[in-house]
Design a binder for this molecule. Structure first.
Ligand code: HEM
Length: 411
């Protein structure tokens, strides 16, 4: 259905997509956007159907949307035994005993990054903290050198822009492809070294793994490393900043979380439900498929609107409210395959890093809440979010009671 009064690419939608969700779900649940040539689905049941049926709705779109910058095949384009085996390597690297080790890296990075701001009593939680934190932690947990993290962040920015840009100019496209080439050139020698001298990190595990008796080439491993880098970095600072924004806007719930940090898990899950950092998940219809009386033709690109689905009143009561106690959240299963919200997707390609993401955000949030008292927006600060594909705050300038004591590295 094309409704010429509305565009996903309009300034109004970019500023506050949630204001349009109700109208989309009710009036245009299968919105066709001519400039993107894609069908945007906004109802919870439709999004769940698409993500749950990987035969009718394949991940082939990623061949053009992601693989030119990953420079190889990504996890989401694999299926069957190969997918299970290679996904299993990432699961092993991000759960169980490995996770405990990674939590130490999360804490150490957080302490180091927040330290210079403590005595000032002011921090931009996105630009001073969240963005460097996300890149540095991910490099650490992948076993990569983080000395040149700023350079890696720059290249990764280009890769991200390519994957998440709905419309790219030829100049930006060129820039993104250049970044991807340089990131690959940076990582390939590291992969080669790990192949010769493997450790117990993810890169080494990918190098030494065999599928059907065949090891992956350096290019294949590098593509998967870039895949995980992007998948882990992009949502992390957004989730953290959104969590603090929602808690500060709801002082009662902030006070409860301060009193009982065990509530953080539900607060993170509710943040992910209300504003999922990954807002769009693309698929290709492999055959004609009907939604709410509209036929999406075979071969068309379908964008699952996770943000709109997560605020569907058919799935959640009072869906626009932030309530970490909401009974329909099912906080305990929010980071599992049984989650009711769709922030981690669902089905075959559901996020493999959900357990790590939960531990990462809970750990850093608990640490910051312990250190930063009387948190409030800095005077004159204007809150703004950005992004259609992935979305988060542009900045989050906060004041707090200055801290004079040095922070212990392992509290
Ligand atoms: C709050 C944080 C995160 C959010 C909101 C998130 C969201 C998602 C979503 C929506 C998908 C599904 C994509 C699809 O169906 O096409 C996905 C897949 C994936 N995520 Fe995450 N993610 C997060 C953190 C992470 C982390 C920390 C890692 C690192 C291990 C990771 C690795 C992956 C991978 C490898 C896939 C592809 C899985 C497959 O195709 O089998 N994610 N994520």
């Amino acid at each position: 259905m094309v409704d010429r009064r509305f565009s996903i690419l309009s300034e109004g939608f970019a500023a506050a997509p949630h204001r349009y969700y109700g109208w989309l779900r009710d009036r245009a649940p299968v919105h066709h956007e001519p400039a993107v040539d894609g069908y945007f689905l906004s109802r919870h049941q439709d999004v769940r159907r698409v993500l749950g049926d990987h035969e009718t709705f394949s991940t082939e779109t990623l061949q053009v949307r992601a693989e030119p910058v990953m420079r190889g095949r990504v996890f989401a384009r694999m299926t069957g035994a190969e997918h299970t085996a290679k996904r299993g390597i990432v699961v092993r690297a991000f759960t169980g005993p490995a996770l405990q080790e990674q939590i130490r890296a999360v804490r150490a990075n957080a302490v180091e990054l927040v330290a210079p701001f403590l005595s000032r009593g002011r921090i931009d939680l996105v630009n001073d903290f969240g963005k460097p934190f996300a890149v540095r932690v991910t490099l650490d947990v992948l076993g990569l050198d983080k000395e040149d993290w700023q350079q890696v962040a720059h290249w990764l920015g280009g890769v991200t822009e390519f994957v998440t840009g709905l419309v790219l100019t030829p100049e930006r496209r060129r820039h993104c492809l250049d970044c991807a080439e340089q990131l690959e050139a940076h990582l390939a020698p590291v992969v080669e070294r790990r192949r010769r001298h493997p450790g117990d990190d993810l890169v080494s595990m990918l190098c030494t793994a065999e599928f059907d008796g065949i090891a992956m080439s350096t290019r294949e491993v590098t593509a998967l490393v870039v895949n995980v880098l992007l998948a882990a970095v992009e949502p992390a600072d957004k989730t953290l900043a959104l969590l603090f924004k929602y808690l500060i806007d709801h002082p009662g719930q902030l006070a409860q979380v301060r009193r009982d940090p065990a509530l953080l898990s539900a607060a993170v899950a509710e943040t992910l439900r209300l504003t999922p950092p990954v807002q769009l998940v693309p698929r290709r219809a492999e055959q004609d498929a009907e939604f709410a009386g509209t036929v999406v033709p075979a071969g068309a690109t379908v964008f699952c609107m996770i943000g709109a689905a997560n605020r569907d009143p058919g799935a959640f009561t009072d869906p626009d409210a932030f309530d970490l106690h909401r009974p329909d959240l099912g906080a305990a299963r929010s980071f599992t395959a049984a989650a009711q919200h769709l922030a981690f997707g669902t089905g075959l390609h559901q996020c493999v890093g959900a357990a790590f993401a939960r531990a990462e955000i809970e750990t850093v949030a608990a640490l910051l809440l312990r250190l930063l008292d009387d948190l409030r927006p800095s005077p004159g600060f204007r809150y703004r979010e950005t992004g259609l594909y992935t979305r988060g705050p542009v900045s989050l300038e906060l004041d707090f009671t200055p801290v004079r004591e040095p922070v212990p590295a392992h509290p």
